[in-house]
Design a protein around this ligand. Structure first.
Ligand code: DSN
Length: 423
């Protein structure tokens, strides 16, 4: 029999670290745009006995025996994903968003092919062609970005570049862009030049699931995503596609780029997809955007420039130079973390500073919305952020802000006090 003792009995060092992390998450305001608080049901499923099962292949076509139940959990996750996103095909095995992108690219392209994607420093993702990622070294990626005046995606440049270079694929999606994506225009350009259209919806797939944003599957050939951001599931990736790409995608995920899938995470994905089908989740998704818009408006009213002029989704990018030319993203993020507001520094478009320092901050509202915060709390939070940044040398002010943060988190905890892992 396996050791039946709990982690605190077997390994107090690890148990203490779990408690410390639980306390860190609960005792601060979590504003990292790619994070969330998963439900107890998601965590139970992703920490379940499915972690013990090896199963390469797909339901009904495995290379191992004993997959009767594993097949059911994977098929359930697939069926729910297809229903949720009106997709002809779903692959729930990718271990991460980056691996979902890698498998999707290699399912339909060859190394060296030309792809277009949004540049990392204008809000794209590492896997959209950055030279430090496999994407930029294995493919000929061409970048598009924002119009300097409007700070929205320069669709004229996208069209012109596509006509000039005839890419085989156009990648649409972001990790730090706050405006709507014009899927219809991207589709038209892709069709004109004979390119495939892939939407990397990792950041906003939860808002799509909650019907708060349009469904990219209505336009794209392939949609890649993660399941642990606004979607609030277990950690991992997802690929949705039209049926004609199904076989190639499945083959690229396994055996192309992964071995056995992680069935405990797939069980967590299945639970999360089920949660996303409820009216409560739809309300939650709409509230994420309402909260982001209120927070952005409060920060703008306080003199902080929001890149692109506002937000249509769950995130915003702040240009700190509008408050203080000397204030870097790194310094601002550290000071805010010290008063209990956790977010990440982020390059702003054409940032003169290095990616490690930056002139910007990125803020997202999925986690605070899970905690039940609404517009009133966003106004309060915006004031706390502004006070911290503008009066960062005044210890008494920072103490008041920390007290304000403590009041907010006490009123809006992510989990009940008796939640497993808490003490
Ligand atoms: N780049 C991560 C983020 O947006 O935080 C997600 O891959």
């Amino acid at each position: 029999m396996t050791d039946p003792r709990s982690v605190s009995e077997v390994d107090p060092t690890v148990a203490d670290l779990i408690v410390a992390e639980s306390n860190r998450q609960r005792q601060g305001i979590q504003l990292i745009a790619s994070e969330n608080f998963a439900s107890r049901a998601v965590m139970e499923a992703s920490g379940s006995v499915f972690t013990n099962k090896y199963a390469e292949g797909y339901p009904g076509r495995r290379y191992y025996e004993g997959c009767q139940v594993t097949d059911q959990i994977e098929q359930l996750a697939i069926d729910r994903a297809k229903e949720l996103f009106s997709a002809e095909h779903a692959n729930v095995q990718p271990h991460s968003g980056s691996q979902a992108n890698m498998a999707a690219y290699f399912a339909v392209l060859e190394a060296g092919d030309t792809i277009m994607g949004m540049s990392l420093d204008h809000g794209g993702h590492l896997t959209h062609g950055s030279h430090v990622s496999f994407s930029g070294t294995l493919f000929n990626f061409l970048s598009y970005g924002l119009d300097p005046e409007t700070e929205t995606i320069d669709m004229d440049h996208v069209r012109q570049q596509a006509r000039e270079h005839s890419p085989k694929m156009i990648v649409v999606g972001y990790s730090a862009y706050s405006r709507h994506l014009d899927y219809a225009a991207f589709r038209e350009i892709a069709d004109e030049v004979g390119a495939l259209m892939l939407v990397d919806a990792a950041h906003f797939i939860g808002l799509v699931a909650g019907k708060a944003l349009p469904n990219p599957m209505d336009f794209a050939d392939i949609v890649t995503a993660t399941t642990h951001k606004a979607l609030r599931g277990s950690r991992g990736g997802l690929i949705l596609s039209r049926e004609e790409y199904a076989k190639a995608i499945d083959k690229a995920v396994f055996p192309g780029y992964q071995g056995g899938a992680i069935f405990s995470q797939i069980a967590g994905k299945a639970v999360a997809f089920g949660e996303c089908m409820t009216p409560e989740y739809q309300e939650y998704a709409a509230q994420i955007i309402a909260n982001a818009q209120t927070l952005a408006g409060t920060l703008q009213a306080g003199g902080l420039r929001v890149v692109s002029g506002g937000t249509d989704n769950h995130l915003m990018l702040l240009d700190l130079r509008s408050l203080d030319e000397e204030l870097t993203g790194k310094e601002a993020a550290v000071i805010l973390d010290e008063v209990g507001i956790t977010l990440n520094r982020n390059a702003i478009p054409n940032d003169p500073r290095s990616p490690f320092v930056t002139s910007g901050l990125r803020i997202g509202t999925p986690s605070v919305t899970t905690c039940g915060m609404r517009e009133g709390e966003m106004e309060r939070l915006g004031e706390l952020i502004l006070r911290t940044l503008t009066q960062r040398d005044e210890a008494a002010v920072l103490k008041e802000v920390a007290d304000g943060v403590a009041e907010l988190v006490a009123a809006f905890p992510p989990y009940p006090a008796d939640f497993p892992g808490h003490v």
